[in-house]
Design a binder for this molecule. Structure first.
Ligand SMILES: [Zn+2]
Length: 336
């Protein structure tokens, strides 16, 4: 899009849009009107204000550097007042561009030109064969073989930031829980909402390939295997390498991770414990398999925890149980 390039002082979407989009705009008059309003507001700005818009457009589409805190994103409210409303009508949460992608009206035209969102989701799932939500590791994602798709979350909120509402580097499949208000929802994630909303922080960039070997380490700290009361025990959530600790801490805050993980462990760990007890009866007591072999086998079940919903939580629970020096005695007795 050449909306701010001033290739022609008179509005013409033929000059402003790539050829693939011309027929979409021809058939989508609402979008054409919103583009025209932005163009008119932009052309009336002073040169310094135009530069500000161009900089904001560039910054807000560089999602990776925003996440690394090397570029500052620009909010609607920071732009010249006269262009804020036209930009929201084009790029905002109810804006014409997003409506064009998601609404039934004229959607067939977009689908014929660019493919469907469902088609994009199926391709995404084919190329990213993980089974769980990439933000929590708890909920299953819909497979490419099922009907429907998971929602695409705007990592940088479309309510706060212009220009990146249809940038696919800013759109990520997410589970329903993570996407709810109170979890990530519409949080303004580049900034610290609870401590200082002016200070930008580092974030994980969802499409980064720069985290080789990055691991989240979970550890249950408890003197008893009864974890039903979440106030009786703690969960350590660390990361290696530790250079990403600021990103990790923001992730914990944004997705309300610690209380979700503790709640799931408190609610389901008795079932996970039953599984260990029944497997111990079958393998050690009936088949005579040595305890150390049994332990190795159990710990190996979740060696690749992201293949299973809640696998990361079951992995840390199994490590907590099986690495207890009294585990074998407990399993052979009745106090487990
Ligand atoms: Zn999730």
């Amino acid at each position: 899009m050449q909306l701010f390039a001033e290739v022609n002082p008179v509005y013409s979407h033929a000059d402003l849009m790539q050829p693939d989009f011309q027929s979409i705009i021809d058939n989508h008059k609402v979008l054409d009107e919103k583009l025209k309003a932005v163009f008119a507001s932009y052309m009336a700005l002073a040169p310094a204000e135009k530069t500000q818009i161009q900089q904001a457009y560039s910054n807000n589409n560089n999602i990776e550097q925003i996440c690394n805190n090397t570029i500052r994103p620009v909010k609607f409210a920071e732009l010249p007042v006269c262009i804020q409303d036209p930009l929201k009508a084009l790029y905002g949460s109810k804006g014409a561009l997003y409506q064009m992608l998601t609404a039934k009206d004229n959607y067939d035209e977009v689908k014929n030109r660019c493919g469907s969102l469902k088609g994009h989701f199926e391709k995404f799932r084919e190329e990213n064969p993980i089974s769980v939500c990439p933000f929590c590791g708890m909920e299953n994602l819909i497979t490419e073989y099922e009907e429907g798709k998971n929602e695409y979350d705007h990592y940088l909120s479309k309510n706060d930031y212009p220009f990146c509402s249809i940038n696919f580097n800013n759109l990520t499949p997410i589970c329903d829980i993570c996407n709810k208000p109170g979890y990530k929802g519409q949080k303004d994630i580049p900034f610290q909402p609870t401590t200082n909303p002016q200070i930008q922080d580092e974030l994980y960039y969802p499409y980064s390939t720069a985290y080789p070997g990055h691991v989240i380490d979970l550890k249950i700290n408890s003197t008893t295997t009864n974890l039903k009361d979440v106030d009786d025990w703690t969960l350590s959530i660390d990361c290696t390498p530790t250079g990403n600790v600021q990103k990790k801490n923001r992730w914990l805050e944004i997705y309300n991770i610690e209380s979700r993980y503790k709640g799931k462990i408190a609610g389901d760990s008795y079932q996970w414990k039953d599984r260990i007890v029944s497997k111990h009866v079958l393998r050690c007591k009936r088949k005579g398999i040595p305890f150390d072999d049994f332990k190795e086998d159990i710990l190996d079940d979740f060696a690749t925890p992201l293949k299973w919903n809640n696998g990361i939580l079951m992995k840390c629970f199994y490590e907590f149980i099986m690495n207890d020096p009294n585990c074998e005695a407990n399993l052979n007795g009745t106090i487990f």
